[in-house]
Design a binder for this molecule. Structure first.
Ligand code: AMP
Ligand code: GLY
Length: 422
C-alpha cells in the first residue's frame, strides 16, 4: 500500500516510524515532514493546511490511505475534502473534529450528556464575562474557544488578572478570532493524564496512558509549551481509574457524538484530570498528542496500519490491540529561549551515537537535513525516547542518550518522568 502522513512534528515522525513496521506498506510519503522523517519516508513540500494541494498529491501519487496527524487540517475539514474525492483517509470529519476546534462546543456536549468535566459558562459578550468573574473565587480558568496552538488557556490567580485576561482575549484578540468566545471554567486539581484512544465510530479502544510535562523548566516552572517530555504509563492511572474513565467518559463521549450525528473515526485524545471526585475531562483533542505519541507508539505491538484501516472500516471490535508491558520516556531537546524566541540553524551532533542503543529512538520535530548533517530548525528540536522494562530504566536510558547529543543553546528538562504527587 501507498500511505501518506500529513504533518511535520515529532508526532508524525513517530507515526511514520510505527507504520514502517507494517509489511503492507510499499511506499510511505509525508507532507511536509522534516529532516528526520526524510530519512525514513519521502517528504513532499506541501503544507499540512493546503487541503486542495494535499488532495492533488494523494491523487497524483495514487495514495491508498492518508493519515492526518495535525489538528488544523482536521478542524478545517480535510477528511470531508478527501472523502468527497473518493480518497481513503484516517481521521474525523469536520463535524466531529469540532471536539477540539471549539471548547464551547465540547463543554456543551459534556454538559448535555453528563460527562464529568469542570463546571463552566460560555461568553461572547465582554461585559457579561466581566460581571461573571466578579462572582468567582480564584483561581479562575479562561479558555479561548478555538485552536490557539495550546496557548489559549489562562489560569488567573485574582479577579483583576481574570479581567485583564478577558480583555486581552475578547477585545485585543490576543489569540485571534479563537478568543472572541470564551469559556470560563471551575479550577480543578489533581494529576493530569493523557489517554489517547482509537475510535471507529462505534468502538473506542484506549491506548496505554501517558503524562506530559507542559512547562518549559524543571519543577513545572516557566511558560507553557507544546510539551517538554512525556512518559508512559502513568503511575497514577490505575486499572480501577481506567475502568471508571471507560464507563463515565470514553464510551459516553462516543455515544454522545453519535447521538449528535457527528460520528467520530480517528483518534480521540482525552486530557483527564484525576480529581478526588474521579476522572474529569480537561480537554478533548481530535488527534494524537505531541509528544505523547513518542512514548505510546513505541510500545504498540499490533500493526498500526491494520488499526487505522479498522477505524476507517468500522471493524475495530474485531482487532485485539497489544502493547508491551514495559515503559517509555521521551525527553524533548529544545532551542534555548523556546517557547518565546530562539535561534535556528545550529548543527546537531551525537544522534547516531545515541541511537546505537537499541532501546533509543530520536524523533525529529524541528530539524533540517543539509548535506548529510542535521541542523536545528524549530523550538522543539528532537524528542529522545527510550524504552525500558520499567519507568526508572526508561528514564535513565533516555537521559543517557540525551547526554550524547549536542547543539548550541540546547535546552531540556532534567525531571521528565518524575512528578511531584508520585
Ligand atoms: P488545555 O489547553 O485545555 O489542555 O489546558 C492547558 C492546561 O491548563 C491543562 O493542561 C491544565 O494544566 C490547565 N487547565 C485547563 N483547564 C483547567 C481547569 N479547569 N482546572 C485546572 N487546570 C486547568
Ligand atoms: N501534548 C499535548 C497535546 O498534544 O495537545
Amino acid at each position: 500500500m501507498k500511505v501518506l502522513v500529513i504533518g511535520s512534528g515529532g508526532r508524525e515522525h513517530a507515526i511514520v516510524d510505527a507504520l514502517l513496521k507494517s509489511p503492507k506498506i510499499d511506499k510511505l510519503y509525508c507532507a511536509p515532514g522534516n529532516g528526520g522523517i526524510s530519512a525514513q519516508a519521502e517528504c513532499v513540500p506541501v503544507s499540512a493546511t493546503d487541503i486542495p494541494a494535499l488532495v492533488n498529491l494523494a491523487k497524483e501519487k495514487e495514495i491508498d490511505l492518508t493519515v492526518v496527524g495535525m489538528d488544523d487540517p482536521l478542524v478545517m475539514g480535510i477528511v470531508d475534502a478527501f472523502e468527497a474525492e473518493g480518497l481513503r483517509v484516517f481521521g474525523p470529519r469536520k463535524n466531529a473534529a469540532i471536539i477540539e476546534g471549539s471548547k464551547a462546543f465540547s463543554k456543551e456536549l459534556m454538559k448535555k450528556y453528563n460527562i464529568p468535566t469542570a463546571g463552566y459558562e460560555t461568553f461572547t459578550d465582554i461585559n457579561s464575562a466581566l460581571a461573571y468573574v466578579k462572582t468567582l473565587n480564584p483561581p479562575i480558568v479562561l479558555k479561548a474557544d478555538g485552536l490557539a496552538l495550546g496557548k489559549g488557556v489562562l489560569i488567573c490567580q485574582s479577579i483583576e488578572e481574570a479581567e485583564e485576561g478577558l480583555k486581552e482575549m475578547m477585545v485585543n484578540q490576543k489569540f485571534g478570532k479563537s478568543g472572541t468566545t470564551v469559556v470560563i471554567e471551575e479550577f480543578l486539581t489533581g494529576p493530569e493524564v493523557s489517554v489517547l484512544s482509537f475510535c471507529d465510530g462505534k468502538t473506542v479502544v484506549p491506548m496505554v496512558s501517558a503524562q506530559d510535562h507542559k512547562r518549559a523548566y524543571d519543577n513545572d516552572e516557566g511558560l507553557n509549551t507544546g510539551g517538554m517530555g512525556t512518559f508512559s504509563p502513568s503511575r497514577v492511572y490505575t486499572e480501577d481509574v481506567a475502568e471508571v474513565a471507560m464507563e463515565t467518559i470514553f464510551k459516553p463521549t462516543v455515544a454522545a457524538l453519535n447521538s449528535e450525528n457527528r460520528t467520530f473515526k480517528g483518534i480521540i485524545y482525552f486530557g483527564l484530570m484525576l480529581t478526588k471526585d474521579g476522572p474529569k475531562v480537561i480537554e478533548y483533542n481530535c488527534r494524537f498528542g505531541d509528544p505523547e505519541t513518542q512514548v505510546i507508539l513505541p510500545r504498540l505491538k499490533t500493526d498500526l496500519l491494520e488499526i487505522f484501516e479498522a477505524c476507517v472500516d468500522g471493524t475495530l471490535d474485531k482487532l485485539s490491540i497489544k502493547w508491551d508491558d514495559g515503559a517509555a520516556c521521551c525527553v524533548v531537546m529544545a532551542s534555548g529561549g523556546y517557547p518565546v524566541s530562539y535561534k535556528k540553524g545550529y548543527e546537531i551532533t551525537g544522534m547516531e551515537e545515541a541511537e546505537k542503543d537499541p532501546a533509543v529512538k530520536v524523533y525529529h520535530a524541528g530539524t533540517a537535513l543539509k548535506d548529510g548533517k542535521y541542523y536545528t530548525n524549530g523550538g522543539r528540536v528532537i524528542g529522545v525516547t527510550a524504552k525500558g522494562e520499567n519507568l526508572d530504566e526508561a528514564i535513565k536510558t533516555a537521559y543517557a542518550a540525551v547526554d550524547k547529543i549536542d547543539f548550541t543553546d540546547k535546552h531540556f528538562r532534567h525531571d521528565i518522568g518524575i512528578k511531584k504527587y508520585d
